[in-house]
Design a protein. Sequence first.
Length: 356
Amino acid sequence: MDFASDNTSGASGPVMAALMAANKGAAMPYGSDPWTAGAEKAVQELFERDCSVFLVPSGTAANALALAALTPPHGAIFCHEDAHIANDECGAPEFFTAGAKLVGLPGARGKISLSTLQGALARFPRGLVKQVQPSALSLTQATECGTLYALEELDALCAAAHGAGVKVHMDGARFANAVARLGCSPARMSWQAGVDVLSFGATKNGTLCCEAVIFFDPALAQDFAFRRKRGGHTLSKGRLLGAQMSAYLQSGHWLDLARHANAMADRLRQGLGETPGVRLPWPCEANEVFAILPRAADVALKAEGARYYHWGARGLAGDEAPGTEEVFVRLIPSFATAPGEVDHFIEILRHALKKA
Ligand SMILES: *Cc1c(COP(=O)(O)O)cnc(C)c1O
């Protein structure tokens, strides 16, 4: 019963098989190999656009290097105050941009509203020398709360950013889960909405260690190969990244994996919702479930070996905060979660609550 994160799982079977196959024989290094070329072509086909594609081994590298391509050292990067780039990357975005400022914006359920963004843009007037200059907006889809921006919300946020001369980055660590939920094309949820550069996550959803940075405007990508190499994220045996991404995208494998993770999250949320004493603060819109559990249930689940994180009160409104006999938890099923793990979790929970 492992719901700590979707990256506690390994790689999917087809991705591992592709790695083993690519491991045979020799290939030119640093991405000059047929697997990398094939992966770039597959990404372009998937996104229905002639975009610039760069493979990197981690999401932090994808985000930080992508933001560095959009932002000068004196730039402002607007993001949600709970964004991964602001809280979980050890300052990598600041490091790779050579010191740009992350401006964290508040917002319910992990989302930035249009009016909040407009207010922030107004607080950073262009040309005022004493302030950092508005440069990038970073949106996370699905969000850190497992919620989704609707397509129209993305359209409006991107339009407001562009209207102020600000480029848009999307942190798509769970891009697949979001596309599977919205039932839209990858193009619609990215460049057609106005996203300029996408961190196309894949590791959480089935690769071993491979993400893609996708520039929909190749002009923005001019320096990226140098940035990636200088930052130590250009793998010499690049074919091992290309093989992962190619297998991930082949025949819709990536979406099958995401649909499974989403279905397991739905199963979990339904079980929790039908258990008296459990509170669910917001809907599960991707593959993350947030729940307020009675403390006795939390103790029993941990004792039986269930793994998940306590989440403090992040994302909750004041009147939703957990009571002294409750804990707020984050539960994330992955592509590899078995239905039985979910059912076992719910059984233990109910058993504990009956006794309590
Ligand atoms: C997991 C995650 C990332 C990538 O993290 P790495 O550990 O660097 O691969 C980026 N953004 C979000 C929202 C994530 O959840």
